[in-house]
Write a protein that binds this ligand. Sequence first.
Ligand SMILES: [Zn+2]
Length: 319
Amino acid sequence: MKKKCTIAIDLGGTKIYFALIAENGDIYYETKHKTGASGGNDLLKQLLEGTKLLLEEAEKLNFDVKAIGIGSPGRVDSKNGIVVDCTPNLKNWQGINIKQAFSNEFNTPVFIDNDANVAAYGEYVLNKENKKTIVVLTLGTGLGSGIIHNEKLFRGSGLGPEIGHMIIEAKGRDCSCGQRGCFEMYVSGTALEHQAKKRLDEYPDSLLNKIRHITSHDIFDLAEQNDIFCALLIDEMAEYLAYGLISLINIFDPDLILLAGGISKRSSLYLNKVTNMVDKKINYTSFDKKIIQIAESNEKSGLIGAGLIAFLGYERGEI
Ligand SMILES: [Zn+2]
């Protein structure tokens, strides 16, 4: 009997990952391509061609492809499979109807969602957490998010939540989204790097002065070596993370908050401060610190999540 699988596509600004995914999230086969620079319909063509190759590969491996799942940057109308809004990282991607293009080409059902949503779903499955309401924050270059409720991604009226753009500081730092004071401008690798560069002159003794191209990894490395400025930047980030978490707990009353992504790997530098601060400042009298956890984060969570949302959609007949 043929093994069941889905085709997963994780579309990024520089690379596109394609894979055949098993029902338990295992990757059967994987390939990656450079994202075409012209974007728009050329990029769509690239996705269709990549999918054709994967379908051929599945045939050779004797797999039965049940559905196709795609994680795309931007705000995605998952019901209609349209990219409603997209950052300039992907040119001419806004307004692209992915679902229509795939349906014209293939008989296999296709499911599309925002890349952060899909990655959050992947983290949820990889962490094998059997909880009712889970908030996943992916702390990386930016701040991605996803809410899983009753084993399904919560998508609101269709586009899904964007926790990274929750306003955390009225009249705060300018965000590329047009708002001010967004969570992502305080808690992300980019925010750390931006603050480091902006305020480095005030800390001539900081070892960061010796680094030409400062990355958030440098800031964490030097904080570990007790660099006062780097430790201060991480403390500030931790404080905003704690405030953001308090709001999220008040809104969603989650069973679990998973912190995923590259910055979550450095949690020894801030997690205790964050959980203690949430505990101290939150209005819950019986707050349980253990609901805030570091995910067993996997760099393939976006790809795995894309494959799994396709399984979920297929099984539930959401075609
Ligand atoms: Zn914003």
